[in-house]
Design a protein around this ligand. Structure first.
Ligand code: SF4
Ligand code: SF4
Length: 292
């Protein structure tokens, strides 16, 4: 069995990408900007609640949606606020591969700021058929949210998906999503992208399954995993948030197969700064938001 200790580190990213740095010092050495450029999603996670507001600090929330042609101006402004800005990521509010907006924005940023690390976060449904576009746009790091590799479990987490112009539900939806995620991870790894897995830890649904997610995604080519505690909301609002014991157990199970990133701050889709450490997004976006 491969262990975390034998998993290669990321010397090229340690200290250059807060969410691919395993050490606390590396995590705090550089900043990232999230561009809220992706308007819609192609799956329906039961816990998802996307919104536009200035007050909530969680994924799926932004003050407003931006157009791809605004991206360069916003990155230039962020660089004046954050000299250590190293990463521009797109992680919402919808899925970055469900529309063309994210890859359009990345192409523009890569042409003007080639030294910035471009980071894309996706549910993976469109990963296999868009991987060449992703590479051509200059993306270097990829996060795929994989909450289950067992279709029975996955069907409880995202009961519906939209695929090739039609809706799939239940087990058929779960099988398609998982197959695409694993094929997409393998294709991304084969093209040299560094792949991180985000797994939402959901009590009563996947809390005993995280080690298996890590094992299967590691075999596909992922190199690090981020186990994110559920924020109970949407159709899973009745569940408790996972406690410290459940989180420690899940991360220990995942660490059997992948390095574990444990500094996740569950950021907004328009966050700007060092996750959990600093936040200049209120200055950047010009709203009345209170910093994290
Ligand atoms: Fe929401 Fe992301 Fe799930 Fe889409 S993939 S439904 S944006 S949590
Ligand atoms: Fe990094 Fe977690 Fe924030 Fe994503 S949500 S940018 S993985 S700290």
């Amino acid at each position: 069995m491969r262990t975390a200790a034998s998993t290669p580190a990321f010397p090229e990213l340690e200290g250059r990408h807060p969410c691919f740095s395993i050490t606390a010092a590396g995590h705090a050495a550089s900043a990232r900007l999230h561009l809220p450029v992706s308007p819609r999603c192609n799956i329906a996670c039961a816990f998802c609640r996307r919104d536009f507001n200035d007050v909530e600090h969680r994924p799926g929330v932004a003050s407003r949606l931006i157009a791809p042609d605004e991206a360069e101006t916003i990155v230039a402004r962020a660089l004046t606020l954050l000299p250590n800005l190293a990463v521009v990521g797109i992680a919402g509010p919808g899925d970055p591969l469900a529309s063309d907006h994210a890859l359009d924005a990345f192409r523009r940023i890569h042409a003007r700021f080639p030294d910035l690390v471009l980071c894309l976060s996706t549910n993976g449904l469109r990963l296999p058929d868009r991987i060449d576009e992703i590479v051509a746009a200059g993306v270097a790091t990829l996060t795929v949210t994989v909450n289950a590799v067992d279709p029975e479990i996955q069907a409880r987490i995202a009961p519906k998906i939209g695929w090739q112009g039609r809706g799939l539900s239940g087990r058929a939806a779960a099988e398609r999503l998982i197959a695409n995620q694993l094929a997409g991870i393998a294709a991304a790894a084969a093209r040299g992208l560094t792949v991180k897995i985000n797994t939402v830890l959901i009590p009563e649904i996947n809390e005993a399954h995280v080690g298996e997610v890590a094992r299967v995604t590691a075999a596909a080519g992922a190199r690090v995993i981020n186990v994110i505690p559920l924020i109970p909301q949407g159709d899973l609002a009745h569940l408790p948030a996972p406690g410290i014991v459940a989180r420690a157990r899940a991360r220990a199970a995942a660490a059997e197969h992948l390095r574990v990133f444990s500094h996740c701050a569950r950021c907004r889709a328009d966050a700007c700064g060092i996750p959990g450490v600093s936040d200049v997004s209120a200055e950047l976006w010009g709203d009345g938001r209170v910093a994290e």
